[in-house]
Design a binder for this molecule. Structure first.
Ligand code: ADP
Ligand code: MG
Length: 684
């Protein structure tokens, strides 16, 4: 069985209910296959004892040892924090464990008892301290008898969402790995031999629960090879099929000129340049395959609309794909507005429309009565047939992976493709991956934009921040308040949306109109709220990160992010990009808790220092350092799960050579040796 054939829904796992399913869905995990193919974002090496004081901060290793607890005391306002003093049973070193907001510790940890400690002990002042730690009770007799092993192996650390915990994820992944059968290899046997690749079945098991560092790196290499192999194969097969049409002279249609003149602003030089590049591509003899990069708010979407109009004037149907439902709807509304007098028919397709209305829409599409179809990846579902799809625009291409490309191929379509991204990709890397990908860049922001001013806000400055936002709202401007969670069930102290909304609406802004928006609301409700916000009926939104990507409300001037230390750099940059979208001065407040780590502080200071998305992406890479997910990969560029655009450049070249050799010898992939490729392609 191939891994992608594990189509069972994640909710069929014991212990996965509706809520957990939603959290998984937010991580892009819906099936067992997705779960198995999820990459840990790091590992905890608990394979041997590391006594207190012996941890190596530079390689990030944590203390992994047995301790005796000397004392447990509560401190801080409301006695919410717990201080535990422990001593290592081997070297007698002392450490202070600071449990911020972990009151339960004083009821579960007892002086005189023994524990297994896993902690990020660091030198703080004159002592050794840890604020992130796990204590598990052990029996003194077992300890003395030497019956206890510290070897828990190397444990995966996964990206989390909502109420998911590492423990739950590890349990679920383990359960799946032990219940499924053998995972088949996906590349020809001869290549596996030649490049000494670990069999896929073992690689998937090792990537989650490595038996050693060496096995882990071999597993990663095998998975990355498989990934880039198919990426290259896709890239190579594409132009062969594409070189079909006749070149025509590039032109600008009257309708385009008219459309541009009617805009309330003039295009920036970069927008004009990019549009020229796109028009040239579209009139060339090969299909366009272009990446449009530009920082958030630089006006990429507008370029997309003009280019769509161009293609439609050429007689094409256009599909515009957004990464989320919400964004797709917003785009559809904007397009309705923009194209309303132009005789162009715009439609919105989503996965939730069923039955007759869907059929009616699909019939119109097939008949060619719809020029521009906007939606999520539902645009390429099996039942969707186009009459003449010649142009596909993909906004913030998070999810446009190899799978969607397949879907297009299967429809026998070779459209022009424009990928838009706010995450800058070095050109050399892009070229290595897609031989024939062209890159356009919008460097300048629209005229009159003022850089967003960013403040880092700790507890002592929080009231000032609320005051400043109040002043902005009095001026008729709008604000976002973003929190990492939906509701607080007492498990954590994160300022959650619901309680904070109560607090803001009652205590801080009783005279302003605000509302709550989060991912668990029905789609219709969300879109209604965003419309009210966009039309100025609401002064502020309190939300989870649903506003992260693409929402465009130029009158909003304040972005407040609570627990900003819990967000990644690129997510924060995207959030900040929601303001500063007009000539008004805007502000971004990044509020953080005192439990913030050193890395967290470094991350936030990068945002304070610069508004440049390119610099932020690079800093992100530096801070994460080697061994962790690369910022590019995490941002979803190309949807790479295992390979690393920077570290695996030579592997990509190797894979490309192999692909070239295969396609040269066996273009139809008909040989027995290549039958596995054919199978994978038709299943994927
Ligand atoms: P992106 O997709 O790159 O994040 P958008 O296309 O959404 O950016 O543009 C952000 C905002 O700037 C939108 O409100 C858009 O109407 C506006 N905008 C786009 N181009 C210009 C321009 N040349 N001058 C002024 N405003 C512009
Ligand atoms: Mg955009």
């Amino acid at each position: 069985m191939f891994v992608c054939e594990l189509k069972r829904d994640i909710k069929t796992l014991t212990g996965v209910g509706k809520k957990t399913k939603d959290d998984y869905a937010n991580l892009g995990i819906e099936t067992l296959s997705d779960l198995v193919q999820m990459t840990p974002r790091g590992y905890e090496d608990r394979s041997h004892r590391i006594c207190i004081g012996r941890q190596n901060e530079t390689d990030g290793s944590w203390t992994n040892t047995f301790v005796k607890v000397e004392s447990v005391s509560e401190f801080g306002s409301g006695r919410k924090n717990v201080k535990i003093i422990v001593r290592d049973t081997e070297n007698n070193q002392k450490a202070f464990l600071m449990g911020f907001n972990r009151t339960y510790l004083s009821k579960t940890v007892f002086p005189g008892c023994f524990y297994h400690l896993y902690a990020n002990v660091t030198v703080y002042g004159t002592g050794l301290t840890a604020s992130q730690f796990e204590l598990k009770p052990v029996r003194e007799e077992d300890l003395i008898a030497g019956d206890l092993a510290l070897d828990q192996g190397i444990l995966p650390v996964y990206p989390l969402c909502g109420t998911l915990t590492q423990k739950a994820l590890r349990r679920d992944v383990k359960a799946v790995l032990s219940s499924i059968g053998h995972i088949d290899d996906e590349i020809p046997e001869s290549l596996i031999q030649k490049h000494h690749l670990m069999p896929l079945d073992r690689a998937f098991r090792e990537i989650h629960f490595p038996s050693s560092d060496k096995a882990l790196s071999e597993a990663r290499r095998a998975l990355a090879f498989r990934e880039v192999f198919y990426l290259q194969l896709e890239a190579k097969r594409r132009p062969q099929a594409a070189r079909r049409r006749q070149a025509i002279p590039s032109r600008i249609y009257e309708a385009e000129k008219h459309f541009i003149e009617k805009l309330p602003f003039s295009l920036t030089d970069d927008q004009i340049k990019v549009l020229d590049e796109i028009r040239k591509d579209m009139s060339g003899s090969e299909s366009m395959n272009r990446l449009l990069q530009g920082d958030v708010g630089s006006g990429k979407t507008l370029v997309a609309w003009v280019s769509a109009l161009h293609a439609i004037c050429d007689g094409a149907q256009v599909a515009f794909m957004a990464p989320t439902e919400l964004l797709a709807r917003q785009h559809a509304q904007v397009a309705d507005q923009l194209f309303k007098d132009s005789g162009i028919s715009v439609a919105f397709l989503n996965g939730e429309v069923h039955g007759k209305p869907r059929q009616a829409l699909l019939d119109q599409l097939k008949a060619g009565n719809i020029d521009l179809l906007i939606g999520t990846h539902a645009l390429f579902s099996k039942d969707v047939e186009y009459r003449n799809l010649r142009y596909v625009i993909i906004d913030e291409q998070h999810r446009f992976g190899v799978e969607q490309r397949h879907a297009l191929f299967e429809k026998g379509i070779e459209p022009d493709v424009l990928l838009m991204t706010a995450t800058p990709i070095p050109r050399t890397l892009a070229l290595t991956v897609f031989g024939n990908l062209n890159v356009s860049t919008i460097k300048t922001m629209p005229k009159g934009r003022l850089p967003v001013i960013t403040y880092l806000v700790d507890d002592s400055k929080r009231d000032k921040m609320y005051e400043a936002v109040g002043v902005e709202m009095k001026r008729g401007h709008q604000a976002y308040f973003v929190y990492p969670r939906i509701d607080d069930e007492g498990k954590s102290d994160l300022r959650d949306v619901e309680t904070m909304y109560q607090f803001l609406s009652r205590e801080k802004y009783p005279s302003f109109r605000g509302t709550l928006i989060h991912s668990r609301l029905p789609e219709d409700e969300k879109i209604r709220i965003l419309n009210d916000f966009a039309s100025g009926k609401l002064d502020y939104l309190v939300s989870t990160s649903v506003v992260e990507v693409g929402i465009d409300v130029p009158n909003a001037t304040c972005m407040v992010v609570e627990h900003s230390e819990n967000f990644g750099l690129s997510a924060l940059h995207q959030l900040r990009g929601r303001v500063g979208r007009s000539s008004l001065q805007s502000w971004c407040f990044l509020a953080y808790e005192k439990t913030i780590t050193e890395d967290g502080k470094k991350r936030l200071s990068v945002l304070r220092r610069t508004n440049d998305g390119f610099e932020i992406a690079e800093e992100d890479l530096k801070i994460r350092g080697p061994g962790e997910l690369s910022g590019l990969r995490q941002s979803g560029f190309l949807h790479l799960k295992f390979a690393d655009l920077e570290k695996d450049v030579s592997m990509m070249a190797t894979a490309r050579d192999e692909v070239d050799a295969i396609l040269a010898q066996d273009p139809g992939l008909l040989s027995l040796e290549n039958s596995v490729i054919r199978k994978v392609l038709s299943i994927g």
